[in-house]
Design a protein around this ligand. Sequence first.
Ligand code: NAD
Length: 428
Amino acid sequence: MSSGHALANDPAMQEECNPFLSMARGFNTAADHLELDEGLRDVLRSPDRELKVSLPVRMDDGRVKVFTGYRVQHNTLRGPCKGGIRFAPDVNLDEVRALAAWMTWKCSVVNLPFGGGKGGVICDPRTMSKGELERLTRAYTIAIMDILGPDRDVPAPDMNTNEQTMAWIMDTYSMHARRTTTAIVTGKPLSIGGSQGRREATGRGVMISANQALKIVGLRPEDTRVVVQGSGNVGGIGALLMHQEGYRITSLSDMYGCIYNENGLDVPAVMLHLKETGRLEGYAEAEHIESSTQLELDCDVLVPAATENQITSRNADRIQAKLIVEGANGPTTAVASKMLEDRGVVIVPDILANAGGVTVSYFEWVQDRMGYFWTQEIVNSRLEQIMVQAFDEVAETAKRYQVGLRTAAYILAIDRVATVYRMRGLFS
Ligand code: NAD
């Protein structure tokens, strides 16, 4: 079910799927548990800064087209803003604002010295040439440059942006600053200051979260059937790493279709097929099933790792998994999350489960600033240490407050930011 389909002509569903309202619900529930006063709630809810920019770009046919971009800096109490930039036709300020706030809470859950930010440009990258995308990226970087900086705001890739986009941003910033400034973005190619293990980091974090959560539901990887929605950076790599760990991955999907094999997919072979053909379609050793039924398959663990609003009040009752590990940002609406938790389904929330990416982004920023680079083994072992500790702290908070893992993650994150606010006081 695409979010567009779910939203069509249904005001109640539109409200349920509004990312800012979802974020606000999570925030308010946690703030109630923490008994935060109204003033402090207002401080933590309000984005520090929202920038909207117009980006004139010369297209390949000689015309000039003006694009709109945003950068929202939600909170800098714990350090510079950190958060991706997405290129998509339907990006809007509400979405960027919600994602920026989620980044504040995500960085805080894993205890990184960062606040949250997010950026977006309204465009359809599928219809643009590489040259047009480069000019758009450079125009966007120049337009938001006054609020960027290794100590201010450090972007990263998100939907439809990648290592190449980060290289263009790094170059544009560096040419204006008149010195090479690698720590201005993360998710860069290795050759210009990227980190070992960054590409696999989010998927690895999903696997580490699943390993920890299995202890709660009393399963071992080798007895666990997993359905993964999405086969990209998070879903594909997450599935591969979980397969290597002994999990039985029974289903994978992409935006074109879905494959299923009850005995377990040969994930490396599926990934090879995907690399060669660009889609799962045509993979021989599996049944091809309707994508709309994938999330409802009989399985132990569900990993939604494609896009937001996939589990809503419309399909929550039909989900059979005992455990959901959220690889994507916002894949489960707040309403659906409550329906599932009421039935005893354990949900490892996005701000914990997919925090592996921002954690290794933090490592990349640290390495760039030191000018000293770590081995993949060091990166992976430090990532594991941070993810396991964060998971344990969230689980412990859940026990203390008698709440689910999502509310617990918000409580832990908001409490950390609130503590810094109280220590620093109000500057005026
Ligand atoms: P990606 O573009 O690499 O992969 C997305 C995958 O989802 C593709 O396989 C695509 O075909 C598939 N897909 C899209 N719509 C689908 C649908 N309706 N049904 C089934 N499959 C669908 O993106 P990604 O980097 O893997 O990001 C996925 C999610 O994870 C996003 O919500 C993103 O914000 C979140 N996330 C990514 C990272 C990261 O480091 N890449 C970190 C944290 C969170």
